[in-house]
Design a protein around this ligand. Structure first.
Ligand code: G6P
Length: 616
């Protein structure tokens, strides 16, 4: 989490840094800050809260600097106050650092520096990095017997800075992407990266750093995804990258085109609303892209011979998409699938070997837990396949095969269209697997595309109005379903809880009576998902159990003649049982969105959450 940017070129750097940061705010909005160099001196400006506070404090100032770094924070070390906001500087004002990640051994380094007389001003691990780098720079200086000079007036050479930076990153354990400006060097930004994402962008006569490519939309069109252990610097017309042995790395830029309207609100008030409406086009674009690029055909059929075993690993919404894939693979292909939360998988000593095929699902391709699982699977000799949405992400660069999802940039923290794109990509994979395994399945990608086209205009905003008013002040809402419907209920509950702050819990409908029914009374609201034709009676029984305890059941279902048994029914299209996830999610997402706005919350930026979780 945390977003970082850097600009060096001929234009005013601070407004550009602010603009790029606005596309990274999904990564955290506890505080924001910039540092820039003017006549060799470093200046910083920081504000607590969303980026708009920083923007307002700077909007009437013209800052004549063409070199700036910026940061939007999701607090990990130290509360979200001004002292802990980035950029962090060393006590002599030699340099300023913006950082995304966690320096795990920050405390021992800090104690060591304090013992050497360094004064700290914040609780952050980032300040430790800044102070250590400055210390390493100055230690060199002392060695050269120049210690009588005021530190912040000394001009260090780039070579000296790179050496000190390399030493610093060798001393730091953990994840980091850092951008650094150094006093006396007006038109240069230094960087280093390990595990947290960092991209170099190239424009005409200007260079950029950013946590992701969409942040540089409209500014750069050529990108390089910096690899772990690399460090270097950017100038307006020069990019220098070293490996950890300080040997020059020849980099190859990748051309990525993102259209402006993809990251603009357009006619919508919130990105979440726009992205819910883009669900159908995400499905279609994903299938088209997979077919056009023939990505599945690159996965060799021989990995699915003999003793192959399948694993799915992901976090959050991506895991919910994976649950549906597991269900369909087991149900249709009769192939067992292991599925784990990435944060659990990495510590459970998973049983993996060269016969394992591991599927990793990640919108960002940068989620720290999922990335660690990729590394683990690779060490064990497994085949790794990533389903990712962000081009040039770290996950794409380390897996054996990539199946891209075509959702386009997803800005709202709560994932909506990316979930549908992940499902489309996973179904396409299942179709391919069925061909290899010579098994029959009752769907194909053409059917999914047709369904997305046919129902793309389905609108639930009006029909949900009354329900939203009734449930918005609830403390707790239950979601139930069986089979695929339970998996949809899980995602529906996650959506509502993360942006409305109502406690939501999804349960397999049959499990209700093993505990949670004790909490149901005549004030309870329960959302029941019922899309599976073979489960109508079973789920209906559970609805009766809820009715007997006075609960108000909101039913999401295509089936008729059920309305009399529930408080309210939201009708969805009646489609092939295996394809219901493609039509049942929209009302659940819309419900969450509408409850959030009816409570005057910001659905795009829920408290305490970030879109891309690049720390463990
Ligand atoms: C965070 C986001 C979720 C996302 C999850 C996994 O929790 O808020 O929307 O589903 O991370 O992210 P990934 O990028 O790996 O899909």
């Amino acid at each position: 989490m945390c977003g970082i940017v850097g600009y060096v070129g001929d234009r005013l750097g601070v407004p550009i840094a602010l603009k790029c940061l606005s596309a990274l705010e999904y990564r955290g909005y506890d505080s924001a800050g910039v540092a820039y160099i003017d006549n060799g001196k470093i200046y910083t400006e920081k504000r607590v809260g969303k980026l708009v506070n920083l923007y307002n404090s700077l909007k009437n100032k013209i800052i004549p600097s063409s070199c700036a770094i910026g940061h939007t924070r999701w607090a990990t070390h130290g509360e979200p106050n001004k002292n802990n906001a980035h950029p962090q500087t060393d006590c002599n004002g030699i340099l300023a650092v913006v950082h995304n990640g966690i320096i795990e051994n920050f405390d021992s380094i800090k104690q060591d520096l304090i013992a050497k007389g360094v004064k700290f001003n914040s609780d952050t691990d980032t300040e430790v990095f800044a102070q250590l780098l400055a210390y390493n720079l100055c230690a060199k200086l002392m060695h050269n017997t120049m210690h009588n000079t005021a530190h912040n007036t000394i001009k260090f050479s780039k070579k000296t800075i790179i050496k000190a930076l390399n030493k610093t990153i060798q001393q730091c354990e953990g994840a980091y992407a850092v951008a650094i400006v150094v006093a006396g060097i007006d038109d240069c930004i230094f960087f280093a990266k390990n595990k947290s994402p960092l991209i170099i962008g190239k424009g005409e006569e200007e260079s950029y750093l950013a946590s992701d490519t969409p942040a540089l939309l409209g500014f750069a069109n050529k990108f390089y995804s910096i690899k772990d252990g690399e460090l270097g610097y950017i100038e307006k017309n020069k990019i220098v990258v070293f490996n950890d042995n300080l040997e020059n790395v020849k980099i190859k830029f990748q051309q990525i085109t993102i259209k402006t309207e993809q990251v603009m609100l357009g006619e919508f008030k919130h990105f979440m609303h726009k992205e819910i409406e883009q669900g159908a086009s995400s499905i279609i674009e994903t299938i088209d892209r997979i077919k056009k690029l023939k990505v599945l055909q690159k996965i060799p059929p021989k990995i699915f011979e003999d003793k192959f075993n399948l694993h799915i690993t992901a976090c959050g919404t991506a895991l919910h998409a994976g649950l549906i894939a597991k269900y369909i693979i087991e149900n249709q292909l009769r192939v067992p699938v292991d599925l784990d939360y990435a944060s659990e998988f990495r510590y459970k000593k998973p049983i993996l070997d060269a016969h394992s095929v591991c599927l990793f699902i990640s919108q960002s391709g940068e989620t720290a837990d999922t990335l660690s699982c990729v590394e683990l699977a690779k060490q064990k000799g497994a085949t790794t396949i990533a389903f990712t949405n962000v081009p040039a992400s770290r996950m794409e660069s380390i897996v054996d095969f990539v199946v891209p999802t075509g959702a386009g940039p997803e800005i709202a923290v709560a994932s909506t269209k990316a979930y549908l794109a992940q499902l489309a990509a996973l179904y396409a994979f299942i179709e391919y697997l069925a061909i290899i395994l010579k098994k029959e399945i009752k769907f194909n990608c053409g059917m999914i595309k047709n369904l997305a086209l046919k129902y793309s205009h389905q609108d639930y905003t009006k029909v949900l109005d009354d329900i939203v008013e009734e449930i918005k002040n609830e403390e707790s809402i239950y979601f139930i379903g069986r089979g695929v419907d339970y998996l949809l209920a899980l995602e529906g509950a996650l959506k509502l809880k993360e942006i409305s702050y109502i406690h939501c819990e999804a349960l397999p409908a049959g499990e209700l009576k093993h505990g949670s029914l004790a909490l149901i009374n005549n004030n309870s609201f329960v959302v029941a998902v019922l899309t599976q034709s073979n489960l109508i009676e079973k789920t209906l029984n559970n609805i009766h159990e809820l009715n007997s305890r006075g609960a108000k059941v909101i039913l999401i279902s295509p089936f008729t003649n059920l309305e009399n048994f529930v408080y309210k029914q939201i009708y969805i299209p009646n489609v092939n049982d295996l394809l219901t996830p493609f039509v049942a999610m929209k009302p659940l997402q819309t419900l969450a969105y509408k409850v959030s706005i009816s409570k005057n919350l910001d659905p795009d930026k829920p408290r305490n959450l970030a879109k891309s979780v690049t720390v463990e």
